[in-house]
Ligand binder design. Structure first.
Ligand SMILES: NC(=O)c1ccc[n+]([C@@H]2O[C@H](COP(=O)([O-])OP(=O)(O)OC[C@H]3O[C@@H](n4cnc5c(N)ncnc54)[C@H](OP(=O)(O)O)[C@@H]3O)[C@@H](O)[C@H]2O)c1
Length: 296
C-alpha cells in the first residue's frame, strides 16, 4: 500500500486564496486593511528567512506589514517600549516577535506584554488558556495548521486515537489539547508521548493518527506505525546542504518506508511548514475582523 500524500503546500495555497478574498472584502466593505507587525531582534539568518517569508505572504494577500528590525544589543526596555507602541497602534492587528531573542531579553516578559487580542502567534497564556477550555481564540499557528490539514484532507478525528510524540509548548501540548476538544473538528482520544515514555512503539502502533514533533530525523520507522494510519510529520531537521548550498531538510518520520504502510502522510518539507505561515495570515485576518466587532 502506498500512502496518500497530504500536500501541505496545496492546502495552504487554498487557505490563502480564501483569505485573499476575505481581505479584499474587508477593504471594500469596511475600509479595513489587516496589519501584521513583525519584530526581529539581531541577525540570526534563519529568523531573517522566516520573517521575510511572512512579509512576502502578507504582500501577496493584501495584508499590511510593518517590519521592525532591531539591533542585537537592543535592551529589554526598548523592546517592551516597541511592543507597547504596537499594542496601541490601530493599524496593527497582529504582533509577531520572532524568537529566539538575544540573551539579554527576557522572552516571557515580552510575550506577556503583547496584547492577547493581537497575539496572532497564539503563545500568550491567556489565549492558551482559552484554547484549553475550548473557547474561540488564536490557535498557535503550527498546531492550528495541523488541524486544518486534517480537516481539509478529510481525515476524521472524531473517535480516532491520536498519538502525539513530543510535548513542546509550541507543538505537542497545544495539538493534543486542540484535538481533545468537544467539537466536530476534534473529539479524538489523545495520547501524548515524550522522551521519558518507555517503549514508544507500543503507543505509536495504536495510533489512527500519529503526529510527530520531536526534532530527530527519521525517528519514526515503519515498524512503529499501524497499517493505514495517518501520519503527520512536524519535524524539520537540517541534514547538511544541497548542491546549491541551501539547507537540506527532512522530517522526524522515515518517509520512504512509512509511506508504504501508512494510509496518508505529510511530507517534510511540504507538509506542516506551509500551513504554519498560512495560519499566521489567518490569525491576522481574524484579529482584524474581531477589532471591528465582526465574527471571527
Ligand atoms: N513545520 C513547522 O512549522 C514547525 C514548527 C515548529 C517546530 N517544527 C519542528 O518540529 C520539531 C519539534 O519541534 P519542537 O519545538 O516541538 O521541539 P522541542 O521543543 O525540542 O521538543 C521536542 C519534544 O520531543 C520530545 N523528544 C525528544 N527526544 C525524544 C525521543 N527520543 N523520544 C520521544 N520524545 C522525544 C521531547 O521530550 P521531553 O519534553 O521529555 O524533553 C520534547 O517534548 C523540530 O524538528 C522543529 O524544527 C516545525
Amino acid at each position: 500500500m502506498t500512502a496518500r500524500i497530504i500536500d501541505g503546500k496545496k492546502i495552504a495555497e487554498e487557505l490563502k486564496e480564501e483569505l485573499k478574498g476575505q481581505v479584499a472584502q474587508l477593504k471594500e466593505k469596511y475600509s479595513l486593511v489587516p496589519g501584521l507587525a513583525t519584530v526581529l531582534v539581531g541577525d540570526d539568518p534563519a529568523s531573517h528567512v522566516y520573517v521575510n517569508l511572512k512579509i512576502k505572504n502578507c504582500q501577496n494577500l493584501g495584508i499590511a506589514s510593518f517590519n521592525y528590525q532591531l539591533k542585537a544589543d537592543t535592551s529589554q526596555e526598548e523592546l517592551l517600549g516597541l511592543v507597547h507602541k504596537l499594542n496601541s497602534d490601530p493599524a496593527v492587528h497582529g504582533i509577531l516577535v520572532q524568537v529566539p531573542l538575544p540573551k539579554q531579553i527576557n522572552e516571557t516578559e515580552i510575550l506577556l506584554a503583547i496584547d492577547p487580542k493581537k497575539d496572532v502567534d497564539g503563545f500568550h497564556p491567556y489565549n492558551l488558556g482559552k484554547m484549553v477550555i475550548g473557547e474561540n481564540t488564536f490557535l498557535s499557528c503550527t498546531p492550528g495548521g495541523i488541524q486544518q490539514l486534517l480537516v481539509r484532507s478529510n481525515v476524521k478525528t472524531e473517535g480516532a486515537h491520536v498519538v502525539v510524540v513530543g510535548r513542546s509548548n509550541i507543538v505537542g501540548k497545544p495539538i493534543a489539547n486542540i484535538l481533545l476538544q468537544k467539537n466536530s473538528m476534534a473529539n479524538a482520544t489523545v495520547t501524548v508521548c515524550h522522551s521519558r515514555t518507555p517503549n514508544i512503539a507500543n503507543f505509536t502502533l495504536q495510533a489512527d493518527i500519529l503526529i510527530v514533533a520531536i526534532g530527530i530525523a527519521g525517528f519514526i520507522t515503519a515498524d512503529m506505525v499501524k497499517e493505514g494510519a495517518t501520519v503527520i510529520d512536524v519535524g524539520t531537521n537540517r541534514i547538511g546542504t544541497t548542491a546549491t548550498g541551501k539547507a537540506k531538510l527532512t522530517g522526524d518520520v522515515a518517509f520512504e518506508e512509512v509511506s508504504q504502510k501508512a494510509g496518508a502522510i505529510t511530507p517534510s518539507p511540504g507538509g506542516v511548514g506551509p500551513m504554519t505561515i498560512a495560519m499566521l495570515m489567518a490569525n491576522t485576518v481574524k484579529a482584524a475582523r474581531l477589532s471591528i466587532g465582526l465574527k471571527p
